[in-house]
Design a protein around this ligand. Structure first.
Ligand code: M6R
Length: 357
């Protein structure tokens, strides 16, 4: 039920800090040790490559997951859009492990890949919000998202839950391999949950930004580098699916290879700047678009902020920044859609669960 909320989407955005805390609780034992099914740990140890298969927002979470599994656990990962993988299967490694990410667990494109790889005898893990779902039943292993029912067509809390569970999977695999970590993952997730709560309390500021930047525009661009780029893909999908603004997310370095031709006076460009390593580079991309007339909105992170930034996120661990940076982008999409009189929870032409290929 929506309760006092005007839309499920807003309620689900607000639930994100609580979902984070539930995940922390569910994936810890009584001694506060990380708790994961031993069979899943063994499957991660036995594989020589992880193939993440997903669609839409879950695919975007998979990209962040690749970052975690490669950086934290040192296991190579490929991320594939399910509908492409089915018809254009890449050459596989000797011992692949397939990881299906699906909020609903019913997405036909993903299931079609699962059926094919099962025929070949490859192991599969499903990360889903619905434990009894088709993808969960048909895979060898399941990890639950504990996000609670997600009703709005635009996925929000499932995305952040997927990222948190992928981080836990990566950390568990690293520990099983004897790799040492220089941070406490559960503590960092708790810090991210607090940051999300601070962000969901800043709705008025983000509503104002949505009015200033997105009220009448026909198009919008999101730029970022490294993991910020992955969040840009998600931010642009959110915006296009509920506000019908033509939005594109791309890597900052790609601007000069084509998209900069589209920048004109007043074009909104939302830039994420949460990564120290690429801060200088993304700032110069912002300069490039501003000098061509763009209306740039920089979303940065405490410690990396500059005077003209439109919005500064509370500081979170550099690997977990997507958990924080996506929240203002979700809210931007929400308010842009609201002010354009769009049906926020049920956008045109879309279904919550896509059960046809
Ligand atoms: O249930 P799934 O996670 O498998 O769904 C995948 C996509 O259909 C879904 O994420 C879709 O892109 C959302 N409407 C995005 O907000």
């Amino acid at each position: 039920e929506k309760g006092t909320y005007p839309h499920f989407m807003l309620k689900e955005i607000d639930e994100q800090p609580f979902v984070m805390r539930r995940i922390i609780k569910e994936y810890q034992d009584e001694n506060n040790e990380l708790k994961l099914d031993g069979d899943i740990r063994a499957a991660m140890q036995a594989c020589d490559r992880v193939y993440i298969i997903a669609c839409g927002t879950s695919y975007h979470a998979g990209l962040v997951g690749k970052h975690f599994i490669e950086k934290i656990a040192n296991i190579p990962v490929e991320v594939h859009v399910a509908s492409e993988f089915s018809y254009n299967m890449p050459l596989l490694s000797e011992k692949p492990l397939f990881v299906f990410i699906s909020q609903s667990g019913e997405t036909a494109d993903s299931r079609s890949v699962l059926v094919r790889i099962k025929e070949k005898g490859y192991p599969a893990l499903t990360i889903t919000n619905v434990p009894g779902s088709t993808l969960s039943r048909e895979a060898n292993y399941t990890l639950n998202l504990y996000a609670g029912p997600e009703i709005a067509v635009a996925s929000t809390k499932a995305y952040t839950a997927q990222i948190a569970v992928l981080a836990i999977l990566a950390v568990d695999s690293a520990r099983a391999k004897g790799l040492s970590l220089d941070f406490d993952p559960m503590q960092e997730l708790a810090i991210a949950a607090n940051a999300m709560e601070i962000l969901t309390d800043q709705k008025d500021t983000i509503e104002e930004l949505a009015k200033n930047y997105l009220a009448t525009t026909r198009n919008a661009f999101f730029i970022g580098r490294s993991s910020d780029y992955y969040v840009c893909l998600e931010g642009s999908l959110k915006l296009k699916e509920i506000s019908y603004i033509q939005a594109e997310g791309f890597a900052g370095g790609e601007l000069k290879h084509g998209t900069i031709a589209l920048i004109e006076e007043g074009t909104p460009v939302i830039a994420l700047a949460t990564q120290e390593e690429v801060n200088y580079a993304i700032r110069s991309n912002v300069q490039e678009v501003v000098s061509r007339g763009a209306n740039a909105m920089v979303v940065s992170m405490r410690g990396l902020e500059q005077d003209d930034d439109a919005f500064v996120l509370p500081h979170v661990h550099e690997l977990l920044t997507p958990l924080a940076s996506v929240v203002p982008l979700q809210l931007l999409a929400y308010y842009a859609a609201l002010h354009r009189d769009c049906d926020v929870d049920k956008p045109r032409n879309l279904a919550k669960s896509v059960t046809v290929e």
